[in-house]
Design a protein around this ligand. Structure first.
Ligand code: FEC
Length: 308
């Protein structure tokens, strides 16, 4: 009895020559304008040409697979499937089908559920699994996984030790258009994981921490805010804080949205307005969190087996 675990991630261009095709895929087949493309290439250039995300994602998949292989009589096969770069979600399902699995569990490397994010991975995986006659179950969210909260709380405590006393902690996630967030669980899940982390880190009150958004798309419609850049400026304007620590809780690996949008862009605005600025490390392939994700996938597989 074998179970396929499809670990899904956003994907990143393999190299500078792939940025246009990647951006076109994100825009659902509409190529970016030359200005939009140049702006994205400029941001990758600031990271040395490419994002470390591909390597980080592979390490995450490896760590989850190793933990799954340690489960006695588990019978797990693990494959990667990405949203916007090869191997795509559909390639991952095909590889699992080729390996002869009898069912597939989908696990997205993003902790919070939204119709505009995690649901899209699951829809594509479920459709491809159905074409092959394979039962599929997707894990919707894992934002309150104790190992994730512990990881983030420890990171907050360690980082704050190096910050001025009057430092505000802001938990960020990728913004989404307001249209998508109507009736969507994403904002509430973000609030809950931030609350759990703040409590575990011993942050006293709401006044000491808050929620923010980042990396909004470059489209004309309204996106959820306040954006982190606005938060940096507003906080400096209050005169009530000397530092800002960002916890990018919506992201699990080192990539453009963290290494550029926070470490370069937000850090530059903070320097301009005179605030000490930093952000906590993301999970990457942390063994405790990856082990807990493997356990979550195994539990979901057991549920799917019982239903058969
Ligand atoms: O290469 C890298 O290191 C970057 C990877 C990357 C991650 C990521 C995560 C999320 N996104 C989400 C939603 C959207 C929506 C749009 C959108 C646009 C972009 C663009 C790039 C990009 N995203 Fe992304 N995102 C990453 C990269 N994202 C590049 C192009 C715009 C730009 O220049 O920044 C708007 C699409 C449209 O135009 O219609 C919506 C969400 C996440 C977090 C969850 C997840 O990981 O799936 C949500 C990593």
């Amino acid at each position: 009895m074998t179970t396929g675990v499809l670990v899904m991630a956003y994907g990143t261009p393999a190299g500078p020559d792939d940025v246009e095709a990647y951006y076109t895929h994100i825009r659902r087949g509409r190529p970016p304008t030359p200005e939009q493309l140049a702006d994205l290439v400029r941001r990758y250039d600031a990271l040395g040409g490419t994002s470390p995300m591909a390597e980080r994602t592979r390490a995450q998949v490896r760590a989850i697979d190793e933990a799954l292989q340690r489960i006695p009589d588990g019978g797990f096969v693990t494959e990667l499937g990405q949203k916007h770069a090869a191997p795509f979600v559909e390639d991952g399902v095909a590889a699992l089908a080729g390996a002869g699995v009898e069912r597939i569990v989908g696990l997205v490397l993003a902790p919070h559920f939204s119709a505009g994010s995690v649901a899209q991975y699951h829809e594509r995986a479920a459709a491809t699994a159905a074409e092959r006659g394979l039962p599929f179950i997707g894990i919707d969210s894992w934002h309150l996984l104790p190992e994730l909260i512990d990881f983030q709380a420890a990171a907050v405590r360690e980082s704050l030790a190096t910050f001025p006393e009057r430092t505000k902690v802001v938990f960020t996630a990728h913004s989404l258009p307001e249209r998508v967030l109507e009736g969507d669980p994403y904002p509430d899940q973000l609030r809950r994981s931030a609350e759990a982390t703040a409590r575990a880190a011993g942050l006293a009150t709401w006044a000491g921490w808050g929620l923010g958004w980042q990396s909004a798309g470059r489209t004309p419609e309204p996106w959820r805010g306040p954006d982190v850049l606005e938060i940096v400026r507003d906080l400096a304007g209050t005169g009530r804080a000397d530092g800002l620590l960002v916890v990018p809780q919506g992201f699990t690996s080192d990539h453009l949205e963290v290494l550029y949008d926070l470490d370069v862009e937000a850090a530059a605005v903070a320097a301009e307005v005179g605030l000490a600025f930093g952000r906590t490390p993301v999970v990457n392939d942390d063994p405790a969190v990856m082990g807990a994700l493997a356990r979550t996938a195994a539990d979901a597989a057991a549920g799917l087996r019982d239903r058969a």
